[in-house]
Design a protein around this ligand. Structure first.
Ligand code: PMP
Length: 298
């Protein structure tokens, strides 16, 4: 089945981009999540949440799956809902880029566009209103509060990192959106070895260009977020993240999205302080999802 191909993404060591920046005994490895069938890390969480809805018995005939998303989760839901035969409604900020809207349409998703000025919080509020108005029609997946989101990473992402580093991982650096990736992976890695340091990365200001990421101080904080797992929390600047994103394409052959640039920015900040270590980060999606955004690729 298509969904069986979710996960087990490659873990690849970065080389040229670290020359002269990070001590030679410090390794940085990245998990390449665009290898998932839906093209992003969100396949893991979306599949876990839909599987959970299916097995809970709450998804009755005639009901629609509902959630809000700024893009990748929606695409992951769209792919999986089509494969599993479910109807799906998605609340999406109207300024989501053309690629995203086209992909959602291709999967047959009903898209409800929300005020771009309210960002992902506006989409969340609209989804909450819809389910309050029509509780018998919608099953609200609520990725920000759904434990299946972080559990997907507890059960798949972290064991893959542990296995693929042969238990050598010393640091885990991950950017925050719903926080599912960071929360689930950190929780499990600390069970494997409590000495593993977990570092979260979020935009350094409320007005940022790091799509997919949340500036938690100024946003609706996801219920699944567990700040106690973070040994440090770093604020990534948009410009520096975009520059690293561009360099990943030219120097490593990795065409990634801008949140991957932020994740790498955080990993380098951590790695520069070390004499030796194995730093693992995660690149959530591909740059192909942003090619219409001219400012990213001048
Ligand atoms: N980067 C991108 C491009 C994303 O779409 C997301 C998901 N919103 C993230 C990072 C963050 O992942 P998570 O929701 O697991 O925190």
């Amino acid at each position: 089945m298509l969904v069986d191909r979710i996960g087990n993404t490659p873990l690849v060591r970065l080389r040229h981009i670290l020359d002269g920046v990070v001590p030679p005994e410090v390794e940085i490895w990245a998990k390449l999540e665009w290898f998932n069938p839906g093209g992003s890390v969100k396949d893991r969480a979306a599949w876990a949440m839909i599987r959970d809805a299916e097995s809970s018995g709450r998804l009755l005939p005639g009901m629609r799956l509902l959630d809000s998303s700024s893009g990748n989760t929606g695409i992951a839901y769209g792919m999986i809902a089509a494969a599993r035969g479910h109807a799906l409604t998605l609340c999406l900020p109207a300024n989501a880029n053309r690629e995203r809207k086209k992909i959602l349409r291709a999967f047959g998703v009903e898209v409800i566009e929300t005020d771009p000025l309210e960002g992902s919080d506006g989409a969340i509020r609209r989804a909450r209103e819809l389910v309050a108005e029509h509780p018998d029609l919608y099953l609200y997946l609520d990725q920000y509060s759904n434990a299946a989101n972080w559990r997907a990473h507890y059960e798949t992402t972290a064991p893959e990192i542990w296995r693929d580093t042969g238990g050598r991982v010393t640091h885990w650096v991950s950017a925050l959106g719903t926080t599912g990736t960071f929360t689930g992976t950190s929780r499990r890695l600390k069970e494997y070895d409590p000495r593993i340091l977990c570092v979260s990365v979020q935009p350094d200001s409320p007005f940022h260009g790091l799509e997919g990421l949340k500036h938690l101080e100024s946003a609706i904080v996801p219920a699944i977020y567990d700040a106690s797992l973070a040994d440090a929390d770093l604020g990534a600047p948009t410009e520096a993240s975009i520059l690293l994103m561009r360099r990943l394409a030219r120097e490593e052959g990795m065409l990634v999205g801008v949140s991957s640039g932020a994740a790498l920015w955080g990993a380098i900040e951590v790695a520069r302080q070390l004499d030796r270590g194995v730093v693992v980060t995660l690149f959530p999606d591909s740059g192909e999802r942003y090619l219409s955004e001219e400012h990213l690729w001048p």
